[in-house]
Design a protein around this ligand. Structure first.
Ligand SMILES: Cc1cc2nc3c(=O)[nH]c(=O)nc-3n(C[C@H](O)[C@H](O)[C@H](O)COP(=O)(O)O)c2cc1C
Length: 188
């Protein structure tokens, strides 16, 4: 009853103010261990989306049905997301049009690189009934292999500018999803 009332009041307030106050429940599932680069991006997303950050090991898969939006992100290893995240995606429940987004940090970036690096995870998520509503990638500090002896590459990345882009990405995502939710709600 209380939940119904809150939802009703939220909808009415939204209609009066033109602003969406519908609760959008978001979750971030992240694997980040090389230099915690992806974790830094996830923290920015978490703030904008008011989302909890969790890892594949911590989350109960059945709980995922409760979320309106789920972000999946990790560093890139051999042109793919970390294996732990890919394995997790293989065992997801079957969703029906679950909003999801993909993110990563990597040594090299670019439009084609993002398309390629995200392909494995993108296909798995689509196979589980996710709609990919956005993708984000930025550079991350990398000391893999021999690079360690040279001080690594991308030192200091993600930097303030990368994190600003991450913030803008999340704000855009939030706004477009809230518009969709508002539209659906008004046409219910
Ligand atoms: C074992 C290993 C393999 C990597 N392979 C790639 C790669 O194929 N392409 C790439 O652009 N970056 C690669 N990187 C760089 C990482 O993706 C990058 O440093 C990332 O920001 C690490 O994320 P994390 O700190 O969140 O774990 C690799 C790093 C490691 C340690």
């Amino acid at each position: 009853m209380a939940t119904f009332l809150l939802e009703y009041l939220g909808t009415q307030l939204m209609r009066m103010t033109g602003e969406s106050v519908l609760p959008m429940k978001s979750l971030l599932i992240t694997l980040s261990y090389h230099h915690n680069n992806t974790e830094k991006v996830a923290q920015v997303f978490a703030k904008v989306l008011d989302a909890q950050i969790t890892s594949p090991q911590q989350i109960n898969r059945q709980k995922l049905q409760d979320y309106d939006l789920i972000g999946f992100g990790s560093g890139i290893d051999s042109d793919k997301h970390y294996q732990g995240l890919l394995d997790f995606a293989d065992k997801l429940p079957q969703f029906k049009d679950k909003n999801a987004f993909i993110f990563s940090t990597s040594a090299l970036t670019g439009e084609d690189k993002l398309t390629r690096d995200h392909m494995a995870l993108r296909e798995k998520l689509r196979g589980r009934g996710c709609i990919i509503v956005g993708e984000f990638q930025c550079k991350g500090y990398n000391t893999n292999s021999f690079l360690r002896f040279l001080g690594g590459i991308n030192k200091g990345r993600p930097n303030a500018e990368d994190l600003k882009h991450a913030e803008e990405f999340a704000l855009n995502l939030k706004q477009s999803l809230q518009e969709t939710f508002s539209y659906n709600d008004m046409n219910r």
